[in-house]
Ligand binder design. Sequence first.
Ligand code: NI
Length: 183
Amino acid sequence: MALREVLQFPDPRLKQVSEPIKEITDELRELAGDMCEVMYDEPGIGLAAPQVGEGVRLIVIDTDWSDEGNEKSPTVIVNPEFVEIEGKIVWEEGCLSVPDFNAEVTRSERVRVRGLDLDGNEIIEEAEGLRAVCLQHEIDHLNGVLFIDRISRLKRSMYVKRRKKQLAAEQSDDEVDISGSRF
Ligand code: NI
């Protein structure tokens, strides 16, 4: 089966606030599985459900994995919420939904996140450094926030301009393709 497509900025669905999950169903488990597949395929270290067009509060992360053969150990969190945040850290972030761009973002250095696993058991995730950054980045997605919403206005508008140009160029490429296959 084909992998789910990752939505890209400026898709308006990335701006929506996702709904809390009321019941853990087989469908939700399947979605979590699909999200892990997409995350490892890209590859990325985290993915939030709205990035694949599902507006529910579900994230997957694996900050230890690299494609050089480490074992995969995804953490799936249903309805994640912060119970503690502490400190300050600056990290260079990128996002599977924000093509061709990285920027430094200031976030909390340590977090404690509460949520449910796919069996409905409460889990507490304590993290610092990259893993804390990743959790904050993914939970932002659930609130319709991208990392480019957390950088300076100038940097953001430069990226938005570049991205619009890129999209316009892709569109004109498509037009060339279409005219080339007219019979
Ligand atoms: Ni992201």
